[in-house]
Design a protein around this ligand. Sequence first.
Ligand SMILES: [Zn+2]
Length: 313
Amino acid sequence: MRTKTRTAVKTLVWCLIFTGLTFLFRRAAPPETAEDAVPSHDGGICLALLTDDGIESVTMEAYLRRAVAAEMPASFGLEALKAQAVAIRTYVLASHRHDNADICADSGCCLACRTEDELRTLWGDDYAANTALIAAAVAETDGEVLTYGGKAIQAVFHASSAGATEASGNVWTEQPYLVSVASPETAEAVPNLLTTVTVTPDGLAEALGFSPVGEPVSWLEGTSCDSAGRVETVKLCGETYDGAAVRRALGLSSTAFSVLFDGESFVFTAAGSGHGVGMSQYGAKLLAAEGWTYDEILSHYYPGAVLTHPDET
Ligand SMILES: [Zn+2]
């Protein structure tokens, strides 16, 4: 009797183990058909994209593929591309620039966005590989958004910084997650990290709109820098100009510039490219190459922001 009971218990245990394993394997099995695939969060969001041809209706997934491709070279690596995908997804959700559209395809207003035809021309033989890589960057971050205080952050980004990014308070309004942080770019690692603009004395007076006083060698009265080491003000011939205004007037690549008079012209040398706020794209590339994951890159450039998954909201 006791033996029969033990046998029955053993059988029951084996049945339970077998059933459990079968269940586990069934759960772990990948979807076999497209119908079995879990629909993406991004695929369920419809965006109104403003282009030169009017309003285009696209899913977030399709938009991200085209915008990531336009904003970051595919060669920057998967983790950098994933960081870029999260930044763009977040930017779109926080953007309210247009009444009739969620986002536009003008990089001077919102973000750059290429068409499939443009990407085929741009990438040529690499089209299939680059498309797959960027699709993976979007899919592997599906729905993920950076938030602060429960709201999507202003996930701005720029091409490159030299040494440190800029605090948003020095350019726009202050944001706790857009502070100056170290960035690893070097002149060896980033093409054209340093750029020079040379302008004649007359050209400088015309561009900034001041009246020349005395010899050009005496015009430059000094510059001041902000907490991130970028030019805050430039004083010329008694007038004081914002570093950002000088950058715009002369087409400098950033406000991280120096200026000198070489006896004939004023020579402005700028480091990095863009407004310098938020994630540096070249910085993300270099950190990814060092083994940083996309969430580590995002935490570095947007300190305090939380990477929020769609199933957590
Ligand atoms: Zn726009």
